[in-house]
Design a protein around this ligand. Sequence first.
Ligand SMILES: N[C@@H](CCC(=O)N[C@@H](CS)C(=O)NCC(=O)O)C(=O)O
Length: 216
Amino acid sequence: MALTFYHGQGSPYSWRVWLALEHLGLPYELKVLSFSEKDQLKPEFVDLNPRHQVPTIVHDGFALWESLAILAYLDEIAGGRRLFPGTAQERARIWRLIREDEEHLDGKGLTPIYDELYKKPEGVAPDEARLEAGRKKLREEFDTFGRELRGPFLAGEAPTAADFVMYPDIAYVKRIGLKKPESKLAGILPPPIAQWAARIEALPYFEKTFPPHWRS
Ligand SMILES: N[C@@H](CCC(=O)N[C@@H](CS)C(=O)NCC(=O)O)C(=O)O
């Protein structure tokens, strides 16, 4: 089985897949694309993925992109540990948490804050009301997800796809809090979420997945 994983450092979608590959113990060849070099737009990559996005995997000649499709596929081929373990109801709950993270925590909490602080033209001040609405939404979602913990992780004793999808968003909250004091995100994580993030960060394979340019 040959599996190639095309990754971009700092891409939350790609980070999900890297954590999952490691958790499953699947052998893979890592290819890191450089966004600054526009590697994703080079013909050899666009031939693989016409949407020129990471994550992308190629498994036995089969190219697949879209992080959630990749997670579902890896879960099927892994054979040992699972990303979506348990009964039909437990697996459905993992999917629900994933979609709730994407739609509510990320979509309505984190993304507006990111857009205000990183996507505005130089010299244009962030919209304070939008920032505050994002922070309020994040606080609500942290409370909600804190109540969703079923032990150390969202679905129990071991991390699942839900944890790997949510972690990069929480890492972004921490990163923005550190880099942009005006975001007022520093210290926003309540203890259950901060402790959950620390458990992900203590996984034996976590360090190798951490974006190198985030170390400074
Ligand atoms: N919905 C996609 C989103 C992937 C995505 O937006 N990837 C970005 C990096 S965060 C990318 O590769 N952008 C490069 C480009 O669009 O040229 C997924 O879940 O995989």
